[in-house]
Design a protein around this ligand. Structure first.
Ligand code: ME8
Length: 525
């Protein structure tokens, strides 16, 4: 059983419908998953939903529904959304599933038995309206709390805490010794700065069930449910356990039970957690500590992406400043959406969605760039040669090989935006080649018949190479290019980007526009 390349996304709170930020994270993770598969690795891609805790309980209450019924209804929407994005996730975990709850409870039991937890009263200011404890930092300059908190009272509450102190030093050393552990490097520096300049407070891992019932009960104290972040982070190993991962099952003492599974998949340690910058502390501080306490190896990498704004302002339900990914996909197609978010925003910095920018990229790079190249190349082959290729010719081979090598290098380093730039280098070169060689003129001169054959071969073969390179990013488009070339199957194997795949006498299929032109002013969302 060889270990898979195991990559995960954050699991989204189930308190609304998916927005641009959720879609972005899932798409970049899918591109990485597809790229690894194309490059020959065995991959396991996990995504899912974070269904417990106050946010979800309140959202259910607001709709007058039982939390479980609320989650079941909405989870169906999110699963359909994952399919709409064309994600190739191998599993979809929900934290309300029994397979997850048993692992969380096993985890809690083991740490409790080891003495990692203690119970203590906490005294603080409490807002019943917001169901949250407040500190002096939450006071306004005049010393009062914001009226949005309602009445704020002194409250004493007992809770369970996870001892953090002994973990601070080794974690600093681990992050320093493994520069790849947190990327980009400015996020690593942020985490190191935090760890070096403050004392890690013990983590409260419970909420009294009397106050918040929507959670996983602590197995050793039923008066409490588990803090939602402890619960949520555990999804990465509960999914692995449910597939019989030997490392996780051994740590949980579940070897016997798991050995009955039909098939076992080796997953842990995770190779890559893809998350947003706002939850880096949970993934790069608390999660490694939880794993270390459990006796499990740490994930190889935590990659924190940036945040999207729309038209320069925060994405927000309350102000209505939203990008509705479903609406964009309906209007422009899923590949146009996948393309824009990966092309526009490198992995790391923050980005800004603009409707005009979306329409401009669609027009210039997809319709006039890739779409026009494929359509005119194949249409000319059809018109001048009945769709039949002449002998292979290698004029564009060096350009294609350069793009293939650059794309491979960037995909291996998860440099997705740079990979797209390399691919578009070839798109632009091939469009320039059409203009320079002018096959429409060659076709008028019988003495140039052999030259026309060469040009048409170079163009068709470049389209084929592009389909292979594009597959992780624009899978539907790349499948269409393959079909229009008269090739069977999906271009899902990077090695087939080698020049010369199309043979003499090959008959292509029917050319059709890949990206219909939009003549009306753009309305992206
Ligand atoms: O944080 N731009 O869930 P969530 C880019 N359940 N990414 C964004 C974004 C934006 N505007 N807004 C949110 C949670 N995200 C927890 C995770 S994991 C064990 C538990 C990203 O629904 C965000 O950074 O608030 C996170 O990675 C993901 O969307 C889910 O956010």
């Amino acid at each position: 059983m060889s270990k898979r390349f195991y990559l995960t996304t954050a699991i989204d709170y189930l308190n609304g419908v998916p927005h641009l930020g959720h879609a972005y994270e899932k798409i970049v993770t899918d591109v990485i998953a597809r790229a690894r598969r194309s490059l020959g690795q065995e991959v396991f891609f996990l995504t899912g939903l974070d269904e417990h805790g106050q946010k979800v309980q309140q959202a259910a209450q607001a709709e007058g529904k039982e939390p479980q019924a609320y989650c079941d209804e909405l989870a169906a929407v999110w699963k359909a959304f994952a399919a709409k994005l064309n994600l190739t996730n191998d599993d979809f975990i929900r934290t309300t599933e029994p397979r997850h709850k048993t692992v969380v409870q096993g985890f809690l039991d083991k740490l409790h038995a080891q003495g990692d937890f203690y119970k203590e009263p906490y005294e603080g200011w409490y807002s019943a309206k917001e169901e949250t404890f407040l500190t002096d930092k939450d006071r306004r300059p005049d010393g009062t709390f914001d009226p949005s908190y309602g009445e704020v009272v002194k409250l004493v509450e007992e809770n369970w805490y996870f001892r953090m102190g002994r973990h601070q030093q080794w974690l600093i050393e681990h992050i320093e010794a493994n520069p790849e552990f947190i990327v980009p490097d400015y996020r690593r520096n942020e985490v190191l700065g935090f760890l070096k300049h403050s004392t890690l407070a013990d983590l409260c891992i419970s909420r009294p069930a009397a106050r918040l019932s929507w959670g996983i009960p602590l197995p050793f104290d039923r008066e409490f449910v588990n803090y939602v972040w402890f619960d949520a982070l555990t999804n990465y190993i509960s999914a692995a356990a449910s597939h019989g991962d030997p490392v996780v099952c051994a740590a949980l003492g579940r070897e016997a039970e798991i050995s009955n599974l039909q098939s076992q998949i080796s997953l842990w340690p995770a190779d890559l957690h893809v998350i947003g910058k706002d939850i880096i502390k949970f993934h790069a501080v608390y999660w490694p500590i939880m794993l270390k306490a459990m006796g499990l190896p740490l994930p190889k990498q935590v990659l924190a992406h940036g945040f999207w704004q729309k038209e320069g302002a925060k994405i927000s339900k309350s102000t209505g400043n939203l990008v509705d990914p479903m609406a964009v996909i309906e209007e422009w197609g899923v590949d146009a959406f996948r393309f824009y978010v990966v092309r526009e925003l490198d992995l790391g910095p923050d980005g800004n969605w603009t409707d005009a920018g979306f329409a401009a990229r669609y027009q210039a790079e997809l319709a006039n760039g890739l779409g026009n190249l494929v359509n005119r190349s194949l249409s000319m082959l059809k018109r001048y040669r009945g769709g039949i290729l002449a002998a292979p010719h290698a004029e564009l081979q060096p350009d294609a090989e350069q793009a293939v090598a650059q794309t491979r290098r960037h995909l291996e380093a998860n440099e997705l935006q740079a990979a797209l730039l390399a691919i578009w280098g070839l798109v632009n070169r091939a469009n320039q080649y059409v203009d320079q060689t002018a096959p429409f003129k060659l076709a008028k001169d019988p003495a140039q018949a052999a030259r026309l054959d060469q040009v048409l071969y170079n163009l068709a073969e470049t389209c084929r190479v592009l389909a292979v390179l594009l597959w992780p990013f624009l899978p539907a488009t790349s499948a269409k290019i393959y079909a229009q070339l008269g090739l069977a199957g999906e271009p899902a194997n990077f090695t087939s980007a080698a020049w010369g795949g199309l043979g003499e006498g090959h008959l292509i299929g029917e050319p059709a526009p890949l990206f219909p032109r939009k003549d009306t002013p753009a309305k992206a969302a």
